[in-house]
Write a protein that binds this ligand. Sequence first.
Ligand SMILES: Cc1cc2nc3c(=O)[nH]c(=O)nc-3n(C[C@H](O)[C@H](O)[C@H](O)COP(=O)(O)OP(=O)(O)OC[C@H]3O[C@@H](n4cnc5c(N)ncnc54)[C@H](O)[C@@H]3O)c2cc1C
Length: 408
Amino acid sequence: MFAEIDPRTAALKDRLTAFMAAHVYPNEKALLDESRQDGRWRHTSLLRELQAKAREQGLWNLFYNHGPEGQGLSNYQYTHLCEVLGRSLAAPEIFNCNAPDVGNMEILSIYGTDAQKERWLTPLLNGDIRSCFAMTEPAVASSDATNIETRIERDGDHYVVTGRKWWTTGAMAEACKVAIVMGKNDPDAPRHQQQSMILVPMDTPGVRVERPLSVYGFQHPPLGHAEVVFDGARVPAENMLLGEGRGFEIAQGRLGPGRIHHCMRFIGLAERAIEAMCARALSRTAFGSRLSDMGGVRQVIGQCRTELEAARLMTLKAAWAMDAHGNKAAKDEIAMAKIYVPTITGQIIDRAIQVHGGGGLSEDFFLAMAFAETRFLRIGDGPDEVHREALARVELKRAQSRTEETVQ
Ligand SMILES: Cc1cc2nc3c(=O)[nH]c(=O)nc-3n(C[C@H](O)[C@H](O)[C@H](O)COP(=O)(O)OP(=O)(O)OC[C@H]3O[C@@H](n4cnc5c(N)ncnc54)[C@H](O)[C@@H]3O)c2cc1C
C-alpha cells in the first residue's frame, strides 16, 4: 500500500524543501511583523514577493489536480509535499495551498459552471483574489449543518441572502472577493435538501464584515476569521452552485480532501516541533544535567516519535484510500485521521512547549501559534465527537448485520 514516492514527487519535494530553507523559514518573523503593522488584512509586499518566487519555481497550486493549472498529483503524492509546506504556518499561503481557498477552488472546479469558473476560479488559481466559506452561525450548533438558518430566497432573476455567520476564515482579507455561503432555500424540503450554496461577491450591498475573531489571541492575518452579516444581499440567480437544495452534496465533496490536507500539514508541523524539542533539550542544562540526558525528557521524545509515526501512517493510508477508492469510500479513513492527527500533533507541540520552558509560550518560537492551529482543528471541519459518532454508526451497523447473520 505504501509505495516509495515516485521520482517526480521526490524531485518536487527536494525543491520544496530547498525553497522552505531559502525563503520561508528566514522570513517567518518578518512576515509576522509586517502583518502586525497597519493594514494587517492586506497581503504584504513580502508575502506577494514570496508567492511570485514560488510560482516562478513551479511550486504553485501543488494540491490542484483538475486541469492544466494544476500539478496533477494524487492525494498520496501531495501528502509528501504538504508535510513539507506544513512545517511553517506561513507557507500554505505562499504556495497558494491555503484553506479555505483550496476547498473553494475544489468546489468551483467540480461543481462550478464555466462562467463561475472564469469569474472566480481563474483568479483564485492565480492568487489574485481570496475567498471564504460561510457556513457556521453563532446562533445555532453548526456542527449539525441541518441547523443552518441563513435564508437564500429566490426573487425573480435573483437570490436574496439573509443571515449571520461567524468563523468565516479569510473574510477579513482585503483580497477576499467572494464568499461561498450555505443557507436554506426551502425549509419544508426533506432535511438534507433544504440547504444550498451560493456565490456572494463580498462587495454586494448588504454584506458586512463585522469583526475579526481570534484563536487564543492569534488573529491569523492577512486572512483572519470574521463574523459576517448578509443583510438581504441580492445576487444573480446564476450564482447558485449546482442547484437549489444541493448544499450537502457539495459540502461532502469539499470537506473530504480539505480535512486530510490539514492532517498532512500537521504532520510537518509536529515533525518540526520534535526537531525543536530535541535541539532545545541538547542545548540547555538544568540541575547539572543536559535536558536531553534527563529520563523524563527522553521518554517524552520517544513517545512523540512513536505517536507521530502512527499519525503519519494514518494520513498516508487515508490519502491512499482516497486515490484507490474515491473520497466517499475513504470517509472512515479520513474521519479517523481527522480525529487522531490534530489531537496527537497538538500533544506533541504541547510537549515541545514544555521542554522549551517559558520561551515555548512566547512568539520567539513557532510553537505557541502551532498549538493554537492544531487545537482549532479538533473543532473546525467538524468536532471530534461528530466524526467518532459517524464511525460508531458504521461499526454498529456492521455488528448488527453480524448478529443477524448469526441468528439466521
Ligand atoms: C479557527 C476556526 C476556523 C473556522 N473556519 C470556518 C470557516 O472558514 N467556515 C465555516 O463555516 N466555519 C468555520 N469554523 C467553524 C467550525 O467549523 C465550527 O466551529 C464547528 O463546525 C462546530 O460548530 P459550532 O462551533 O457551532 O459548535 P456546536 O455545534 O455548538 O458544537 C459544540 C460542541 O458540541 C459537541 N458535540 C456536537 N455534536 C456532538 C455529537 N454528535 N456527539 C457528542 N458531542 C457533540 C462537541 O464537543 C462540539 O465541539 C471555524 C472554526 C474555527 C475555530
